[in-house]
Ligand binder design. Sequence first.
Ligand code: TYM
Length: 323
Amino acid sequence: MAKKLLSGIQPSGTIHIGNYFGAMKQFVDLQDSYDSYVFIADLHAITTIQNREELSNNILNVALDYLGCGLDPKKVCLFKQSDLMEVTELAWYFNCITTMPYLERATAYKDAYQKAKEVNVGLFDYPILMAADILIQDADVVPVGADQKQHVEYARDTAQKFNNIYGETFKLPEPLILKNMAIIPGVDGRKMSKSYKNTIPLFGTDEEIKKAVMKIVTDSKTPEESKDPDTCNIFALHKLFLDVEELKYLRERYVKGGLSYKESKEMLLDEILKLIKPMRERREMYAKDIDSVKEILANGAKKAKIIVAEKMNIIRDRVGVKI
Ligand code: TYM
């Protein structure tokens, strides 16, 4: 039987090319070889978005982004997290076997705490809800970007902890992180992230994408000067699109001099728009029929529900609440 793949994205803002290359592209590339479950992590998004309109729009947008990227609802079970209330029940059981200092060591929490001392309990508990997402489905692999590696490790730890206390119940999932796509840089060279405001939107308009690309930070070398591709933020992004030969040629042009950063950015813009064109068309097609998108999510939830309800029965029995 095919191994099971599970992953999700938070509907917490506009999807960017870091999300695409780090995670979504893997979902698409692997949909034929894994039993795939891909979801919209809407409960996780409530840790940061507490606005009804914004959240529900974002949920539909992520659904469209998934479909636009090429996820085939006939091959992949697409659903939204909040349709599986079992996940939050399991998160509670996990909460009761997890210590506060253990969660305090999570990098995402530490970062959030440093920025805003008043961190909500949901954000603090984020890794446990994510562990529940993964473990309730008995996922074998979890394709993610490198920033989520620690969270998958938390899921493994939590599975082990539960298994030690209650007996063998959960599989230990493996993260799938592509070496060259682990951390996609943003326009300022830091990790591309909504919170850094350094993203290139995946499904932005041509103008929005152009604006983001033109903002890529460079040094002030003149067009004639020789440039170092290995420290150039534009070149780092070319790596996502060009093959080995094309990159070699571009590298030579950088070193030789005569290539302006502006021209390099224009080339990158062309590469991005070329990638997006067919995805955008597919997305627009689905956007014309939102009811069918909602139906895809509802059918996905129905399918996933059968699996998690069965698993939950076993878990309740192990914990002792099923009398
Ligand atoms: P989220 O919504 O922050 O990001 C979605 C996916 O995009 C990847 N990613 C990146 N990859 C490479 N370079 C980047 N600059 C970059 N930025 C984002 C993330 O690693 C992620 O794979 N906690 C998750 C959502 C989640 C989840 C789960 C994932 C909830 N439950 C269960 C897997 C399994 C998150 O916040 O991803």
